[in-house]
Ligand binder design. Sequence first.
Ligand code: GDG
Length: 725
Amino acid sequence: MSRLVIVSNRLPVTAVKKEGKFQLEASAGGLATGLRSVSRAKDSLWVGWCGVARERLKGHEDEIDVMLKAVKCRGVRLTRHDVEYYYHGFSNKTIWPLFHYFPIYTVYDRHFWDAYKRVNMEFCDEVVKVAEKGDTIWIHDYQLMLLPRMLRDRLPDATIGFFLHIPFVSSEVFRLLPWRQEILEGILGADLIGFHTYDYVRHFSESVLRVCGYEHNFGYVSVGNRTVRVDAFPMGIDYKHYSAAGERPGVQEQMGRIRKRIGDRKLILGIDRLDYTKGIPERLEAFDLFLERNQEYRDKVTLVMVAVPSRTGVEHYRMLKRRVDELVGRINGKYGSIDWIPVWYMYRAVPFDKLIALYKLSDVALVTPLRDGMNLIAKEFVTSKADGRGVLILSEMAGAAKELGEAIIVNPNNQEEIVSAMEQALSMPEEEQIERNRVMQHRLARYSIGGWVGDFMDRLESVKRLQAERGISRLTAHVESRIVKDYKAGVKRLILLDYDGTLVPFTSWPKRAQPDQRVSSLLGRLARNRKNEVVIVSGRDRETLERWLGPLGVGLVAEHGVWVREPKGDWEAMEILKDDWKTQIRPLLELYVDRTPGSFIEEKSFSLAWHYRKADPGWGSTRARELRDDLENLVANLNIGVLEGSKVIEVKDSGINKGRALSGWLARGPWDFILAIGDDWTDEDMFEALPDTAYSIRVGLSATRARYNVESHEEVRSLLAKLKG
Ligand code: GDG
């Protein structure tokens, strides 16, 4: 296993000065908490900032370095100016608001940008100093979006992953950014780019297309001759840690204290960093309306609001703090009594045991951010509910909503909806609460933090493999003349051609794509040559192929290999096999059901089908492609095949694919010359089945197993026209 180098703005530890001496304390936040366990377990190094400006570290640098080294960390030194311009400036006043759909709060300042570039370069220098051959470098979050490209320039072969923890905005908002192209190019230096949800992946891919002009295809972006993978990895939590945390003695003690304070009232919980993206005032207003409408709940429920101080020097945050203070005061004044404070407001971070105690005691968690990349609080709350009781109300604007569909999902801007969600939550029967939570817990347990990291690492490894296998290599004039020469020299030649997209362009009305005069005469001429065997390998049905191409004397493969027909012969179906492979395939399909909300498995007597019609449209297709790849590895020794239909991937009892359909022809070798041309992924099976000596060409500049790429069917025709003699 290679060494993992994690790079993030903040280290998992923060230097704190106590009585003139520095010491390290655990950093707060989802990223630090989540990855800490991983970095402990692996051979790893974490590069980042320790939270104290260079000026304040003076004289203690070596001492801090030694302490950091002991916990497998390496510090990047930031000056006060860096912290002000790069961190509080560009990161938190430009990117943070813009990426959370607050363009009105977004500051565009050239000096911030300059500092951002400079500090990213400092991170780069630091990583280059420590990076060793074979390391996997994993860069995190919006403070370091230029770093992947900077590293790629210095370490061209490095394995680099990038994960964005905040949302990626729609391209319409993203394009407001003056430095949009540099940011995208910066991120694209990575081999694998991860986001929490498919929506963010889609927004990113669209921005890349619009701003940089790079096409994306099933989650792959071609950047020059490099293939970059973009994908969704919904971050999990340390499930075991949170589900067992209730047993800690400290938690029991805290529960006792909280109970004493709120009595037997129902508890509604809100925990956030005090940030304008979290929808805190909106939530308070909704609680106000709830109490106004539901008199019977007065004195029967307490809203516990933990607001962790954040970015206190920034004006928008100060304004927010004032507004929240006012709202809490107003609600408590309006409804409160000597015995009952409706909102118990804590403007501070609470210790871990108290956090868990709050999760455990809460009847309802109100997680209603206006925007949130993921939101781990929601996941932690559900996980902590060992007895299954408690209701999560979750904003549809949080990434977590994509996975926690059994929560009560609300639009955080819709007060009415939040009020009725609170009513529903407080009166929800216990069995229903348990039923909903158990489903979510099951999912969270399956895809916990370890699964998230493992999944990301596996993908990263596979994209590196793919890059090695599937570079794009344009068919040059030199190669073309070699093909023509080898063709001429051969006396036993096999020519395998896909039809749509390869010989004829796609039409919006497929029935109109019948061969034109030029294709017919090209194919006819090649097929008449007795040294040649020409086979059209298509996804089309038998009848159409036979009608259009049969008379030309070519062999035919229909429906991606279900049927084959020798020139002038009859159609023959591929053989039928058994179904005992299902137990091996089903767990993989189940994993994809977990990772792709809305998808499901259908079991038929001789096949298993994974349907994704109800999943997010663009990304259902991406997962489908990926599932195919995974299945291909798995089925290699099982003699079964994988087919893709309309929004469904089907695993069948026979290895039906274009490659297998050609096995008869290929077995009739040795051939002096083989040429195979196709334009989509179904043709990849054909390319894979060929011997190394064959010439294979993919139409379109996508990564491929084929040896060469051409741009269009016109180039195919021109090449075929040169094959004479
Ligand atoms: C980014 C994205 C994304 C919070 N208050 C206290 C406390 N916490 C802990 C929670 C949780 C973490 O901090 C906060 O989780 P978030 O999900 O809000 O993460 P952030 O780090 O703020 O933000 C976010 C996340 O990255 C991960 O990718 O989900 O969308 O903005 O673990 O438990 N812990 C303690 N006391 C508190 O008062 N002890």
